[in-house]
Design a protein around this ligand. Structure first.
Ligand code: DX5
Ligand code: ZN
Length: 225
């Protein structure tokens, strides 16, 4: 199992951080029924980002359902110490980890650690980080995540300057490395983000803020095809 097999062209990844946690299993089930393959899972440690978000306990509670239905758990580590958390994500049933460029000088070592635990690997970078620096650090990664907000919370507005950064990133990476974008994506900008070169679009509030989460996912996905 690998990113090359998981991705069907362009993917909308519902961000579970924005889910209704009292109904998490139900919402995940509805989204699987609607055709979701990849779920985005945001782990924040209260240091690299202000909030403590969700972690291995919640991941472990939904992993059996997602795995049984052929889904994928793509874990965005908004943490200062990915070394500590990568093995926990693997034990809890995650499929892939994305750590931040801003927290490591040894991205290659973290990619190896992820692989040693049977995980996919990605590198994320913040709006303040130079695209060229992130792209140069992404050797061996399956994906590079261009943040289009400051990480920490769902529901923030998309930063329009991200579009140029996505274009630059796409141009700097080999063709087989996926470009992911996270933050403020919705029906009003999904197509532009795709056209700029991203094929993995994370969407939190645009999916879970809707009355009908499955319908919101379906509309976003159809805007990309
Ligand atoms: C926040 C997370 C995002 C968040 C996106 O830092 O990394 O994945 O859930 O939520 P929206 O799509 O609402 O910006
Ligand atoms: Zn995220």
């Amino acid at each position: 199992m690998s990113w090359a097999k998981w991705v069907r062209g362009a993917e909308v990844e519902p961000s579970l951080y924005a889910a209704d946690f009292a109904r998490l299993g139900e919402q995940v089930g509805e989204l699987l029924d609607a055709g979701v393959r990849i779920f985005h899972f945001d782990m924040g440690d209260g240091h690299f980002v202000e909030p403590v978000t969700i972690g291995p306990v919640v991941l472990g509670s939904i992993a059996p359902l997602v795995r049984e239905r052929g889904g994928v758990l793509d874990c965005h580590l908004m943490v200062e110490n990915p070394d500590r958390h990568i093995p926990q994500i693997a034990r809890a049933g995650g499929h892939s980890v994305t750590f931040h460029h801003e927290v490591t000088r040894e991205p290659g070592r973290l990619v190896e650690l992820a692989r040693a635990h049977g995980l996919g690997a990605g590198l994320a970078f913040n709006p303040e980080t130079a695209v060229a620096d992130a792209a140069a650090a992404a050797n061996g990664c399956d994906l590079v995540l261009c943040m289009s907000i400051h990480p920490g919370y769902s529901g923030q507005a998309f930063m329009p300057e991200a579009l140029d950064r996505i274009r630059e990133l796409r141009g700097r990476l080999p063709d087989d490395v996926h470009v992911q974008v996270d933050g403020g994506i919705g029906p009003e900008n999904a197509e532009e983000v795709r056209e700029a070169g991203a094929n993995l679009l994370v969407a939190g509030s645009a999916v879970f803020g809707a009355e009908d989460v499955a319908g919101a996912y379906a509309r976003l996905t159809s805007a990309l095809s």
